[in-house]
Write a protein that binds this ligand. Structure first.
Ligand code: FAD
Length: 474
């Protein structure tokens, strides 16, 4: 009997509040095991922080920000496989780094096991001297071998303690970590920095590869994942906001909605961002663990600058800037497909940990971005800018500050029939779509366990290469 044939009304439903990646992954995990779920999402669309909006000027679907996932995101890849959206992503086999004087450095893997697979790629980063590269290799090795951490030490302090030259900090550590974790180095914990570098670059030869969506996130999550879930009996209600959680006899008895009605279920999953959790709770619980800690989670902004030109200006699919304001730029429309000169060419610039952008006027930021792009591709100056838009998500991610792990709650809440899901819960991952999916799978596993089914939805990490195990004792 297929999952669709089975009578879903036989099993009590699970009410999931929040239709971001955590809520969607939880529903998908439950659907795989024929447990019916209902998703309540306050916004008109699914996807949460990984979603799109329709731009008024161009009528194009615009992602709130370009999202990418690395090869080491095994649970996000599994989610894509089960919801049949794998073909919506393309893995970049080459990264393009912008070095000094606008010179482009190709970063691609050579044959051999990790970590040697990137030896040629690092060797080719001409804006680092050989002395820089040696210092970097020493730093990476020390980080990979470290297993004990001082909870109060920031990664900036760690780099100073390990005598990393300022040029290497600025052009490598800052470039990789600020875009991966969206925080400045003085606000990043050592274990989180280690996770990015070890899991992303040192363990497995495919881990560093960046997967980029081919279509707007609205098409990926809002349309295709939605269709997959609905086909399997998941009910989805957008524009439906939860107002408060009602408790009775040490259990959740129902969810009061903003329209005054109450929804009840056998199990509940609260998949809203950390800063939305406290106001849904009964007053007396806001000051109790694990909820009190949520008020100490800090957040960081991410900004994107969307640019539409009358012709192609950048001959690459993307580029990583190693200095300046721009961090990544992505080509979002295919000039071949769109007929280049007749229709617009759309590019998206991403600036993580964008506190400077938040504090500066939009026009000033836009001009700086255009100047930095034009210094690399002079075509930016001669092309006509048809439209521009700047988007900042002020609470894009929770900050992975030193000691942050002690603030993150488990998925099992103090009430047996309520699970917490969201990138902020204990997953071992920073705020990423991988972390969100993991939390959704973990919450679904807990629900299934309560129903007597001991199943594992969580996927293993990529295996560590024999050489990395030997070199770094990983
Ligand atoms: C600009 C930006 C760029 C990013 N780039 C990347 C990237 O490149 N790679 C990566 O891995 N990660 C990236 N992230 C992080 C990633 O988007 C998040 O970690 C992930 O999407 C979080 O998913 P979530 O389900 O935990 O939370 P959310 O996506 O925030 O979902 C929570 C949902 O709950 C809903 N909700 C809130 N309150 C209520 C209520 N009362 N009732 C009903 N529904 C409610 C919200 O509307 C939302 O849809 C980025 C984030 C941002 C903002």
């Amino acid at each position: 009997m297929s999952s669709i044939d089975r009578d879903l009304t036989a099993e009590p439903p699970v009410l999931i509040i929040g239709g971001g990646l955590a809520g969607l992954a939880c529903a998908a995990g439950l659907a795989l095991h024929q447990v019916p779920a209902v998703i309540l999402e306050s916004r008109p669309r699914l996807g949460g922080r990984a979603s799109s909006f329709q731009d008024r000027a161009t009528t194009e679907w615009v992602d709130n920000c370009q999202h990418v996932a690395m090869g080491c995101c095994t649970n996000f890849r599994h989610f894509c496989r089960i919801t049949e959206i794998e073909d919506q992503f393309q893995a970049a086999e080459t990264l393009y780094f912008v070095g000094d004087h606008g010179r482009i450095h190709r970063f691609a893997a050579n044959p051999g096991p990790a970590p040697l697979h990137l030896a040629m790629a690092f060797a080719g980063l001409g804006y680092l001297t050989w002395a820089d590269k040696l210092a970097l290799a020493r730093g990476l090795s020390a980080l990979a071998r470290q297993t004990q951490f001082d909870d109060r030490q920031s990664f900036a302090e760690w780099l100073a303690a390990h005598k990393q030259p300022s040029h290497v900090i600025e052009r490598f550590w800052h470039v990789v970590l600020v875009s991966a974790l969206s925080e400045s180095l003085d606000r990043i914990s050592v274990p989180h920095a280690r996770k990015v570098l070890v899991d992303g670059f040192l363990r497995h030869r495919d881990a560093w590869k960046v997967s980029i969506p081919r279509t707007p996130l609205e098409e990926v999550f809002g349309t295709q994942v939605r269709r997959w879930l609905e086909t399997r009996g998941v009910q989805i209600h957008t524009l439906t906001a939860a107002e408060s959680i009602q408790l009775r006899d040490e259990e959740v008895a129902g969810i009061q909605l903003r329209d005054g009605t109450t929804r009840t279920a056998a199990d509940y999953v609260l998949a809203v961002p950390w800063h939305c959790v406290p106001r849904l709770l009964p007053e007396e619980w806001r000051k109790q663990s694990p909820f009190e800690e949520l008020s100490q989670l800090e957040s960081a902004p991410i900004s994107s600058v969307h640019l539409w030109f009358d012709r192609p200006v950048m001959p690459l699919p993307h580029a990583v800037f190693t200095q300046g304001l721009v961090q990544w730029v992505f080509q979002r429309s295919d000039p071949q497909e769109s007929g280049a000169s007749e229709s617009s060419c759309y590019y998206q610039v991403v600036i993580s940990a964008s506190r400077e952008v938040v504090a500066t006027e939009t026009e000033v930021i836009q001009q700086r971005v255009l100047d930095e792009l034009a210094n690399v591709w002079p075509a930016v100056r001669s092309a006509k800018l048809l439209a521009a838009r700047q988007v900042t998500e002020h609470r894009a991610v929770f900050s992975v500050t030193p000691g942050v792990e002690s603030l993150r709650p488990r998925q099992q809440s103090p009430w047996p029939n309520l699970q917490l899901a969201g990138d902020y819960t204990q997953t071992g991952w920073p705020a990423t779509i991988e972390g969100a999916v993991r939390s959704g799978f973990l919450a679904a596993e807990n629900v299934l366990k309560r129903r007597g089914r001991d199943v594992s939805l969580i996927q293993p990490d990529l295996p560590t290469s024999w050489l990395s195990r030997w070199l770094y004792a990983l």
